[in-house]
Design a binder for this molecule. Structure first.
Ligand SMILES: C[S@@+](CC[C@H](N)C(=O)[O-])C[C@H]1O[C@@H](n2cnc3c(N)ncnc32)[C@H](O)[C@@H]1O
Length: 298
């Protein structure tokens, strides 16, 4: 495996260990912390029930895209506060789900849910060794932390390749990987001021990929079967989060401090602007495991 520089536990803690109570003030009830899927949903952006439905739509999309069979084994790489694990284990289909996170606050929250047949682990995917293969893997907006801003594009591809190689090893022969990630789509890149804002103030040691880097990295291991680019999903999600955070200013400042409240207001608004300007986008990607790793010309 190549040596890669991405977010480590201490970088993740910087972002998430602001405290579960703070995030609970502006995320939906399931604490899903990624772009929702708003197809067919109308309503006020700050309306919690609409946000919750849009988040559930997104999670169902990934479970469907990952083709998780009844009673199958699911891995969620970057499980956050466990919303996907909760949904996958909610019905009586006997799904066994494992979630990986680098945040202790998230791990404690998932454990407190006492979900049936769910195991959450405080573990970097680079250190993960499953007891038996997974039928499906989902990873929603953790990919942004898999390579750092200090890497060249070629090094980023190598870092992402390590991830796809690991997923290839972990999956059953025809298993699917459902991936969601923010990515650069315009002229700005990881080396400019926008990249620096993300890396310094929002997600330390993280960097956004470009589509070409993702496809180059996955090609030996996976066949890409579906790809959508829906910046509008993130714009609406960011507006919902911003509206809710604004409405919760007093408790947010009380629980996390005025500086943190301001930093998150700025981060959510800056992200919205970047999506509006087409500098970044949101990809949802379905990947089918190749029976054998391809050795492609370089
Ligand atoms: C933006 S959150 C998304 C959480 C969740 N997927 C959701 O949609 O709500 C990113 C998650 O990725 C996890 N993560 C980042 N890098 C990781 C790594 N190297 N190994 C395991 N988890 C990682 C973080 O701990 C966090 O849980």
């Amino acid at each position: 495996m190549t040596t890669t520089t991405g977010a480590r536990a201490e970088d993740i803690e910087f972002h998430y260990d602001v405290g579960n109570d703070f995030y609970a003030l502006w995320l939906d009830n399931s604490l899903t912390y990624s772009a929702a899927a708003w197809d067919g949903l109308n309503g006020e952006t700050g309306d919690t029930t609409v946000l919750a439905r849009a988040q559930r739509n997104k999670l169902l999309h990934h479970l469907h895209q990952a083709a998780l069979p009844p009673g199958g084994r699911l891995l969620d790489v970057g499980c956050g506060w466990g919303a996907l694990l909760a949904l996958a284990s909610a019905d009586d289909q006997g799904v066994e789900a494992t979630g990986l996170t680098l945040s202790r606050a998230q791990l404690d929250h998932v454990n407190s849910l006492a979900l049936p047949r769910v195991q959450a682990r405080l573990e970097d995917w680079r250190a993960h060794t499953p007891d038996s293969p997974y039928d499906a893997i989902v990873s929603v907006e953790a990919f942004e932390a898999f390579a750092g801003p200090d890497l060249t594009p070629a090094q980023r591809v190598a870092a992402y390749s390590d991830f796809f190689a690991a997923c290839h090893n972990w999956l059953t022969p025809d298993g699917m990987l459902s991936l969601q990630t923010i990515a650069f789509d315009g002229g700005v890149d990881a080396d400019g001021p926008v990249g620096a804002f993300f890396a310094d103030d929002v997600f330390p040691a993280s960097a956004l990929p470009r589509l070409a880097e993702i496809t180059a990295a996955c090609d030996p291991y996976f066949s890409l079967t579906a790809l959508t680019s829906t910046p509008q999903d993130y714009i609406r999600t960011l507006r919902a989060w911003s509206a809710r955070l604004l409405a919760a200013r007093a408790p947010a400042e009380k629980t996390a401090g005025a500086d943190t409240y301001q930093r998150y207001r700025l981060y959510l608004k800056t992200c919205e602007l970047l999506f509006l300007r087409g500098e970044v986008t949101l990809y949802r990607i379905a990947l089918r495991r190749r029976p054998r790793r391809l050795h492609l010309p370089t």
